[in-house]
Design a protein. Structure first.
Length: 243
């Protein structure tokens, strides 16, 4: 599938007016884009919210459309809403979570670096994600051992607010999936990087989630609070995954 065909498919999925921005490219993955939902123009700098879709780290499960309605809703509230493509559809096999962390950090840095162009307040950037995307969202704020692609490291990849939908908080399962990345993943487990002065965070999680048990997220949020962070968990009784 050509780049043009891939772009047209994405455009049809979204159904709303959007602007495409390439935030990184490589020989292996090609161009990765951010799809920007812009509110009506105004004179004030606006907050931004970046969405990272879920569906594990398997190929063929790139779900850029997952947050299209969320993005449209927040843009109607005055946010610059951005759905981030952090893995291409054409990659076969499993998609490296370490590469995903790098892409997520780069996306946040690019939004902050281009905030003036986008009309964004660089101090009001929200990062949201579901499942695998929720893990990546946490990593943008908590994991310093993975620095990302050749970025300007003087620009922070740490968001100002986190919203996590049934996201992973440790890497035990990922290490089983990617034993060759065990060293990097062992150092990229959010629960092992607990500290104070993290962004305010809001977690949504179902009590019947079989992939990421509710109790592990509850313990994580409790630890966040004990470290002095503003962290809250919304419990969905009897539900499995929310994505």
């Amino acid at each position: 599938m050509s780049q043009y065909q891939r772009t047209q498919r994405v455009m049809k999925l979204f159904k709303f007016p959007i602007k495409e921005l390439v935030y990184t490219s490589s020989a292996e993955y090609g161009e990765l884009k951010m799809y920007v939902f812009e509110p009506p123009a105004c004179d004030e700098l606006r907050p931004a919210i970046l969405f990272f879709h879920g569906a594990g780290f398997s190929a063929g499960k790139a779900r850029l459309e997952q947050f299209q309605h969320h993005a449209h809703y927040f843009s109607a509230l005055g946010f610059v809403s951005i759905c981030v493509e952090y893995r291409p559809r054409h990659i076969d096999g499993l998609f490296s979570p370490v590469t995903g962390i790098k892409h997520a950090k780069t996306a946040v840095r690019q939004v902050r670096a281009q905030s003036a162009l986008l009309g964004i307040d660089p101090c009001r950037i929200v990062v949201a994600g579901a499942s695998a995307g929720g893990y990546l969202a946490l990593c943008t704020a908590m994991i310093e051992t993975v620095t990302g692609l050749p970025d300007d490291l003087s620009v922070s990849s740490v968001p100002d607010v986190l919203i996590i939908f049934n996201g992973g908080v440790d890497t035990a399962v990922l290490i089983e999936m990617f034993p060759e990345l065990s060293v990097d993943l062992a150092g990229a487990s959010p629960k092992d990087h607990m500290r104070g002065f993290l962004p305010p965070s809001l977690f949504f999680h179902g009590t019947q989630d079989e992939n990421i048990p509710y109790a592990t997220v509850e313990e994580f949020v409790d630890a966040m609070r004990k470290a002095g962070n503003d962290s809250r968990l919304v419990r969905f009784e009897g539900l499995d995954r929310l994505n």
